[in-house]
Design a protein around this ligand. Structure first.
Ligand code: FAD
Length: 333
């Protein structure tokens, strides 16, 4: 029986662990993470399936495959009767811009999603005054507060383990046949990877069950309805910022910008504020490496797109892991 470790209990690690069990039924899979569900970056995310246009794998073909496989994975869950319980729902979304037509386009998903079209004149009135451009598309939203525990339960039911442990280095995992490194920003320290940079984000969670569609505007403004009437208001991007503290100026700016879209949001009950550090790396790293004699497959650096793209990259990582496990590699790849 193969003994497999997955470092990371966020969307990427949990998805890799479950997909590895799918592929190698008799493997013993252990997830090692110092934070789970509510304490991960994945939990902060609004979870919309809309990759940023700079989303990037090592080649255009791989980028496309990751996104297509991811979309299919979420669609497959959506078709099950448990979809809502698992945290996957459909969502319509608008992107508006006062300044730039290109902001409203997303060539990465335009031929992936069922609908991606320019807005009508009537729909343009939904945006703040002076808005010139807009697109509408249909997509999905994933609630990690539901998805992560659901996946975790399956992993454990199948004989896997979720252990609370901080991994200091790969050498300490030499008792495993294969290790997946899905540590998000933690990979920066495990791999001394200076290409991995935090991009700080802050959001406000409000109760606003009347919001049924997502809205994106200029200046990184977004309104994304989630489940149970909870809506995520954002946002901001602090490049190379490690600050996990709530910032009242960011919160005020987010609220003001979102109210430009939907004035009623000013009366919505504020449920809380969340801050997270997006693990940004271009390209996202999915590759095998022999480190101190330990077979490691890295899968990290998903930036602001790691919920949406976790499955596609996980499928790739799992296949690379299976090849690596069966190989006799003893030297650096
Ligand atoms: C404000 C905001 C909004 C976002 N919105 C979206 C969105 O709408 N759609 C989308 O797709 N993405 C979104 N994202 C991005 C998304 O949250 C990330 O890309 C995703 O969470 C990355 O997942 P991950 O599993 O790699 O990392 P994480 O969720 O950070 O998980 C990393 C895991 O590794 C563990 N770990 C790290 N180092 C170690 C170590 N040394 N030992 C043991 N364990 C370790 C941690 O404890 C944790 O369990 C958003 C992010 C932010 C901040």
């Amino acid at each position: 029986m193969s003994n497999i470790a997955v470092i990371g209990g966020g969307a990427v690690g949990i998805t890799v662990a479950k997909l590895f069990q799918d592929r190698l039924k008799n493997a013993k899979v252990t997830v090692l993470a110092d934070k789970y569900t509510e304490d991960t970056t994945s939990y902060v995310a609004a979870g919309i399936c809309k990759p940023g246009t700079s989303f990037k794998g090592p080649t255009k073909e791989i980028t496309k495959k990751w996104l297509t496989d991811s979309w299919q994975y979420w669609q497959d869950i959506l078709k099950t009767p448990d979809a809502e319980k698992i945290g996957v729902v459909t969502l319509g979304a608008y992107i508006f811009s006062k300044e730039n037509y290109h902001v409203t386009r997303n060539y990465l998903i335009e031929d992936l999603v069922p609908i991606y079209r320019p807005v009508t004149d009537e729909e343009l009135k939904l945006a703040p005054q002076g808005t010139k451009y807009g697109s509408y598309f249909s997509t999905m939203q994933i609630e990690c507060g539901r998805y992560l525990p659901w996946m975790g339960n399956i992993i454990v039911e199948r004989g896997g383990q979720l252990i609370n442990r901080k991994v200091e280095n790969f050498a300490s995992l030499s008792n495993y046949d294969l290790v997946f490194n899905c540590a998000g920003l933690g990979a920066k320290y495990l791999c001394n990877d200076y290409d991995l940079v935090p991009i700080r984000g802050q959001v406000i969670k409000v109760r606003a069950p009347w919001v049924k569609s997502a809205f994106y505007g200029d200046t990184d403004t977004y309104i994304i309805p989630g489940q149970n009437g909870v809506v995520t208001l954002g946002g901001c991007r602090g490049y190379d910022s490690y600050n996990l503290n709530y910032n009242k100026y960011d919160a005020a700016s987010i609220m003001e910008r979102c109210c430009e879209f939907l004035l009623d949001l000013k009366d919505a009950e504020v449920l809380g504020h969340r801050v997270g550090l997006r693990p940004h790396r271009r390209p996202i790293r999915v590759e095998p490496e022999l480190v101190d004699g330990v077979k490691v497959v890295h899968c990290y650096g998903h930036g602001g797109d790691g919920i949406m793209s976790a499955p596609g990259t996980a499928i790739d990582a799992v296949e690379k892991g299976l090849d690596f496990l069966r190989s006799n590699v003893k030297n650096k790849l």
